[in-house]
Design a protein around this ligand. Structure first.
Ligand code: TXA
Ligand code: MG
Length: 314
């Protein structure tokens, strides 16, 4: 159990939040929509801890929060359409999904291995202040345990996550109360999630009707696609040794080609998962074998993702 600190919305509180984030800690902070559970988006271990604290059974990609559109351009391929949307709605409750930019430096766990990134510039003054002072991108899903409703006050955050996170920055109740609207701009503009900005307002700026994400469309819920991140090589699970030329991805102390966590730590394994699959794939292995991962805590999310990677390809 961690002693979760409640930080006041003043200089001292923000400075402490920055210190905790820089040390790889988790800080819940208010946005205009709901409270987010923030971690430095460049820090694999910190991002893995978000999933652990929320008890998420799978790695859904996370929204990255930045202080300004200028900062967003460091991480995504900007476009005229992105510019129009940002000018109309940022800062505010609109998330844009755009192609990841080369050299982005974010943890692959943030995008769950996807080539796109969900990013937004919140308008809540305390969120802006924190993002400006921290001077780094914050990955932040809603600050509630998985399956519970999103928190709109520091009290809600503590009800769900006290003892599981380092701190909550108390900025009072959130104004909007529903999550941001998510607009996909990696292809045709598509409404991926209704939210704080009405679709009609986006259509007015677009001057065209918005595509709605069809249920069958692969992008609806990227975390739900079965071979959402599949390496080129076939993947065999629960392997205890190599067979015919396989590269073995290990867990715990064992003989293998790459280890998710020598010390058998599930948070560390989660932090390394996507990078490890990419690295083994890059070695052109004929096949990848993966050691058994305990199906508890973050191990469930790791196994969910590994099952997708091992799913038959279409
Ligand atoms: O208002 C909000 O958006 C709040 C505050 C904290 O900013 N955050 C939030 O995050 O609602 P979360 O993790 O609860 O929801 C993120 C949603 C998920 O449904 C996820 O699938 C989607 O964003 N998402 C993230 N990255 C994506 C991507 N690359 N492509 C499509 N959807 C993505
Ligand atoms: Mg949520």
């Amino acid at each position: 159990m961690l002693a979760t600190e409640t930080l006041l919305p003043d200089d001292v509180g923000i400075a402490r939040a920055c210190e905790v984030l820089a040390g790889g800690g988790l800080v819940a902070f208010p946005t205009e929509t709901v409270y987010g559970l923030g971690a430095d988006a460049r820090d694999d271990m910190a991002v893995a801890r978000i999933f652990d604290a929320k008890g998420r059974p799978r790695f859904n990609p996370l929204i990255v929060h930045v202080a300004s559109p200028e900062r967003a351009k460091h991480y995504v391929e900007w476009s005229d359409m992105a510019d129009r949307m940002a000018r109309a709605f940022w800062p505010g409750p609109l998330t844009l999904v755009l192609p990841l930019r080369d050299g982005h430096g974010l943890s692959p766990l943030v995008t769950a291995g996807l080539p796109t990134l969900a990013i937004r510039v919140p308008t809540h003054p305390l969120a802006s202040e924190l993002l400006n002072r921290y001077d780094g991108p914050l990955a932040a899903p809603s600050a509630n345990p998985s399956g519970r409703i999103s928190p709109t006050s520091a009290g809600h955050v503590l009800d769900g996550l006290k003892g599981r996170i380092e701190a909550v920055l108390d900025g009072g109740p959130c104004e909007v109360g529903v999550e941001s609207t998510i607009l996909g701009l990696a292809g045709e503009p598509t409404l991926l999630r209704p939210g704080g900005i009405p679709a009609e307002e986006i259509e007015a700026v677009l001057n065209a009707p918005l595509r709605l994400q069809a249920d069958t469309d692969a992008l609806t819920a990227p975390g739900q696609m079965s071979s959402h991140y599949a390496p080129g090589a076939p993947v065999r699970l629960n392997a205890t040794s190599r067979e015919n030329g396989e590269l073995l991805l290990g867990f715990g102390h064992m003989d293998c080609d790459l280890n998710l966590s020598e010390r058998g730590n599930l948070t560390e394994a989660a932090a390394n998962l996507f990078r490890a699959l990419h690295d083994l794939d890059a070695q052109n292995a004929p096949a990848i074998a993966v050691a058994p991962i305990p199906d508890i805590g973050l191990g469930r999310a790791i196994n969910d993702r590994l099952r997708r990677a091992a799913a038959p390809r279409t």
